[in-house]
Design a protein around this ligand. Sequence first.
Ligand SMILES: Nc1ncnc2c1ncn2[C@@H]1O[C@H](COP(=O)(O)OP(=O)(O)O)[C@@H](O)[C@H]1O
Ligand SMILES: [Mg+2]
Length: 277
Amino acid sequence: MPASRSESVSYSNANASQAILRTVDLGVSFGGHQAVNAVSTSFHGGALTAIVGPNGAGKTTYFNLISGQIAASQGEVWLSSENVTALSVSQRARKGLGRAFQLTNLFPRLSVLENIRLVAQSMQSGRHHHGFDFWRIWSDAADLIEHATDILRSVSMAAQLGDPVATLSHGDQRKLEVAMLIAMNPTVYMFDEPTAGMSADEVPVVLDLIRDLKTHSHKTILLVEHKMDVVRDLADRIVVLHNGQLVADGEPAEVINSDIVQEAYLGTRGGARRGLM
Ligand SMILES: Nc1ncnc2c1ncn2[C@@H]1O[C@H](COP(=O)(O)OP(=O)(O)O)[C@@H](O)[C@H]1O
Ligand SMILES: [Mg+2]
C-alpha cells in the first residue's frame, strides 16, 4: 500500500522541453461541471500513449481541447515550442495536429478517393509558391491520386475507392476516417476509439495501421481505446483520466498494477478488469 494516493505512479515528463505536444493546466467546465480539470502532461515523438479512464472521465473532451474543437476555460496547449491555445482547429491541423475526421467533415457525394485526395491536397497547398506551373500542377495531381490510392490500400479499401462516401458501411466509414487522418500526415495522431463499431475482421486492419505508424515513423500517437488487450499490446505509456483529472501516468505495466488504478478501477488487486476504460 502506498502512503497516500497522491504517491501513485512516477511521471515521465521531466524533460518537457523536448515534448512534441504539451498541455498545461488544461481544462474546461460545462455549466459548472469540470469535464477536464487542469491536466498537465507532455507527449514525445515516437511514443504511443493510451489514454484510459471510465466513461465520462473526460477523454474525448481532452482530445477536443487539444485539437481546438472546444475552447479551453483554463490552461494552454503547446505544439513543440509554440503556444497554440488561441488557434483554430484548422490552424492547429496545419501545424501537425491530427484529429480523426468525423464523417461530417467529408463530402458525402464525392468518392472515397476524391475525399482522401482533397485532404492530402489541402495539406500540401501553400507549400508551392513558384507561380503558375502547369506541369507541376498536373504531376502533383497524379502523385496525389497515387498517394491517396496507396492510403486506401493500407486500410483495405481499394475496392471502394470509387464509391460515394454516403454509401459506405459503418465499418468502412470508420476506416475512411483513419485513412483521412493518415492523408493529413500529421506530426501528432489522435485516435479516439478508432475501432468502435467495427466488425471483428475490420479491427485488426486498423490496429495494424496504428502499429505501423508507431513502428515505421517517428510519430506521436495518442489513443483512446476500450480494449485492454489492445492497450497492453500497443501502448508505450498509459495516462489515466478520472473525473477530468490525470490520476496516473507511466509505463503500462506500472500503471495497470499501480494501487491507485487497481483500487479506483479494478476493485481490489487481482479483481476484474471491467471499468478501467
Ligand atoms: N458539450 C458538452 N456539454 C456538456 N457536457 C459535456 C459536453 N461534452 C462532454 N460533456 C460531459 O463531460 C464529461 C466528460 O465527457 P467525455 O469527454 O465525453 O468523456 P469520455 O470520452 O471519457 O467518456 C461527461 O460528464 C460529459 O457528460
Ligand atoms: Mg469518449
